[in-house]
Ligand binder design. Structure first.
Ligand code: HEC
Length: 270
């Protein structure tokens, strides 16, 4: 939560409590306050569709709350009726009547005349791998780094299957939100992200990559991208902060196992 959003709203509410304002003002303050908190109050942005859903529920709840009790209902409706019928409010009323349609018209106009955006495209270019990275307080030389669990595939298939199963758990606990249940990059958060999450099911992604590359990208996430990989702000989290080194290698195994692909072989270094 962002306290600098939450605290001013609470302060306004306290002030209103103290000034004993009418029900109508409270309605506005609740509605706008909740909207502002949903939109700006969370460190992780809330998708617009979720905000609309919540605001719909809040609107209904507020309508039920005021219409439940006659006194509350009058406290909201009376000032509105007075505003619309009393002579001394004629000028503000005309202003409001003109202002609301013009605001809607302006926002429609602005949304229609927005500059044409480049089409939504799947990213296929992978940034060049750095020579070495440091993660888990260790320095890894990416040119020689291999998945320590890969040899088990031939040496101990049972242990290998166990690691793949752990990788599956890691994936469905952490990754499917973005990369999708079926790894096609269409998780429920994907439509809010640009660049979009990588589609691992595509034969042009992980089959072209070495496991050390995946280890790097998973451990270091979006901030691990070198300059030439930019200038995007990817949502890929820094998994070094949440997973163990072994879990990362396990999820890498699972990515290949699930999509039935093989990692790119390492070029022989002579
Ligand atoms: C919040 C959304 C999100 C989550 C959760 C997420 N990713 Fe990503 N991931 C992305 C995005 C967006 C990209 C593409 C941009 C980039 O390369 O940083 C990406 C890229 C990647 C890449 C780089 C692929 C390439 O071809 O360069 C790998 C590997 C990856 N993710 C693995 C994972 C794994 C494993 C997990 C779970 C432990 C995970 N991701 C969870 C959003 C996410």
């Amino acid at each position: 939560m962002h306290l600098y959003v939450l605290l001013p709203i609470l302060a306004v509410m306290l002030l209103l409590q103290w000034r004993k304002v009418g029900m109508l003002v409270w309605l506005f303050v609740y509605w706008i306050g909740i909207f502002v908190i949903l939109k700006y109050g969370f460190t992780t942005p809330v998708p617009q569709s979720v905000i609309s859903l919540y605001m719909g529920i809040i609107t209904f709840a507020l309508i039920i709350y005021i219409s439940w009790d006659k006194k509350r209902f009058r406290a909201v409706v009376d000032p509105l009726v007075a505003f619309m019928t009393r002579r001394r409010y004629t000028v503000p009323l005309v202003l409001v009547v003109v202002l609301i349609p013009s605001l809607v018209a302006t926002s429609v106009y602005l949304s229609r005349t927005a500059p044409v955006q480049a089409p939504f495209f799947a990213r296929t270019v992978h940034p060049a791998t750095p020579a070495s990275i440091s993660a888990f307080s260790t320095d890894y030389d990416l040119a020689t780094l291999d998945n320590p669990l890969r040899p088990l595939e031939s040496d101990d298939p049972q242990a290998f299957a166990r690691h793949v199963a752990n990788g599956r758990a890691v994936y469905y606990e952490n990754c499917h939100y973005c990369h999708g249940d079926d790894m096609t990059g269409n998780g429920q958060f994907a439509h809010g992200l640009n660049p979009i999450p990588t589609n691992f099911a595509d034969s042009g992604t992980i089959a072209m990559l070495q496991e050390s590359y995946l280890f790097w990208r998973i451990a270091k996430g979006a901030p691990g991208l070198p300059e030439e990989g930019g200038p995007w702000e990817s949502a890929m989290p820094v998994w070094e902060n949440f997973l163990t080194e072994e879990e990362i290698w396990e999820v890498v195994l699972f990515l290949y196992d699930f999509t039935d692909q093989r990692p790119r072989a390492r070029e022989e270094v002579h």
